[in-house]
Design a protein around this ligand. Structure first.
Ligand SMILES: NC(=O)c1ccc[n+]([C@@H]2O[C@H](COP(=O)([O-])OP(=O)(O)OC[C@H]3O[C@@H](n4cnc5c(N)ncnc54)[C@H](O)[C@@H]3O)[C@@H](O)[C@H]2O)c1
Length: 355
């Protein structure tokens, strides 16, 4: 049996708390990985982080550079806001560490493209934790569509609407950055659309704005239309400043219009609707799939097995995830210009100019 991999966790507050308490313990229990150091610019968070990760005080840092310089590690877990991802990826590569990073890859397509080239040139492995595609409800819907029982997928409708209009209610930094809905929210949904449609995006059109009552510097609300390369269309509604949370995190509304049936997922209730003799459709409830691990715990375990050479790849590896980044930042460009953006041309242009 191989020794446990050693990781440095960068960012222990915010979602980093969930990493320490809900996602990483599985790796330790299975002997797959253990903490080697933890970093956060907020020193007040470090003692509790050290206790939860089983680290002594000398392995707790306020400087990521110092942590990498003084620690032997196999991979980095990056859980800081997107504007700092590139800096952390550079440090990890400079110290020969693989990378398991929170989404999105970075906060601009230029930074994502530079990371793409740097990681590929290094020969190191990088995966991005697109948690929500790997939740039981979305996996169940995806597998039902892939079964072919309902014929070909025609189009998808997706609703994600929340009441997080007050400053700080969606985490402070999201109220201060440009395009928070798309960059911090919709990137997950684009990943889900690609997976369910079984295709990368061909074009995207996005209209985004912030209503007067939304305490955001950037756009908190948006309507998006995507045409996939295989012809499937997606219609997406995202809102973080609504009066009501209808379909928040883990409770998305997704309707998949297939050739022979409609599949509807609403707050984790999955059902199939078919035409019957009566005016109302025939409705069959479907149970969600069950397995021991979902979301980041599952993704992190798959990452360790990939790094160990037990598996050939990872479903959210950089090569796959660069398509999410392209769709995300092409949507941002569309929102800013009002134009329909050719996603693959946008990706090629940015990868070429960063090379
Ligand atoms: N996959 C998901 O469902 C999910 C959910 C929440 C957040 N996230 C992602 O996690 C990342 C962090 O988001 P968050 O909500 O935890 O943010 P946050 O601001 O709540 O917490 C970030 C933590 O990182 C620390 N930090 C910030 N800059 C740092 C630096 N340069 N060096 C070291 N530490 C630093 C902060 O002190 C804080 O403790 C983002 O990429 C976000 O998109 C993903």
């Amino acid at each position: 049996m191989t020794r446990p991999l050693r990781f440095i966790q960068i960012g222990v507050g915010g979602f980093g708390h969930w990493w320490r308490h809900a996602f990483l313990p599985n790796l330790r229990e299975k002997g797959l990985a253990e903490a080697a150091a933890a970093v956060d610019i907020n020193a007040d968070l470090l003692p509790e982080a050290g206790a939860s990760l089983g680290l002594p005080p000398e392995r707790l840092y306020t400087s990521a550079k110092q942590a990498f310089d003084e620690t032997e590690a196999d991979f980095a877990v990056i859980v800081v806001p997107p504007a700092f991802h590139e800096e952390m990826v550079e440090l990890a590569i400079g110290h020969g560490c693989h990378i398991l990073s929170e989404k999105p890859i970075a906060d601009s397509m230029a930074a994502c493209s530079r990371i793409y080239h740097r990681v590929k040139a290094s020969g190191l492995k990088m995966a991005v934790t697109m948690s929500h595609r790997f939740d039981a409800d979305k996996q169940s819907l995806q597998r039902e569509i892939e079964s072919g029982r309902y014929g070909r997928l025609n189009y998808l409708v997706h609703r994600f609407t929340c009441n997080c209009r007050k400053f700080g209610s969606w985490g402070r930094f999201r109220h201060e950055i440009p395009d928070p809905l798309l960059v911090e929210g919709t990137v997950h949904h684009f990943d889900i659309h690609r997976a369910i449609a079984g295709s990368n995006a061909k074009t995207v059109y996005a209209s985004t704005w912030n209503p007067p009552w939304g305490e955001y510097a950037g756009d908190s609300t948006g309507l998006v239309i995507i045409e996939m390369e295989n012809g499937v269309r997606c219609l997406y509604e995202g809102a973080k400043a609504n009066a009501t949370t209808l379909n928040g995190w883990g409770g998305d509304y997704l309707r998949a219009e297939c050739e022979d049936a409609t599949l509807e997922l609403d707050n984790r209730w999955l059902r199939v609707l078919r035409s019957g003799a009566a005016p109302r459709p025939l409705v069959t409830d479907l149970a969600l799939r069950e397995q021991p691990l979902w979301m980041n715990a599952w993704l992190a375990e798959m990452f360790c097995r990939w790094v160990n050479g037990e598996t050939a790849g990872h479903p959210t590896c950089l090569e796959d995830n660069i398509q999410c980044a392209a769709l995300l930042f092409a949507a941002v460009e569309s929102a800013h210009t009002g134009a329909v953006v050719d996603v693959q041309e946008y990706l090629r242009r940015h990868i070429a100019s960063a090379g």
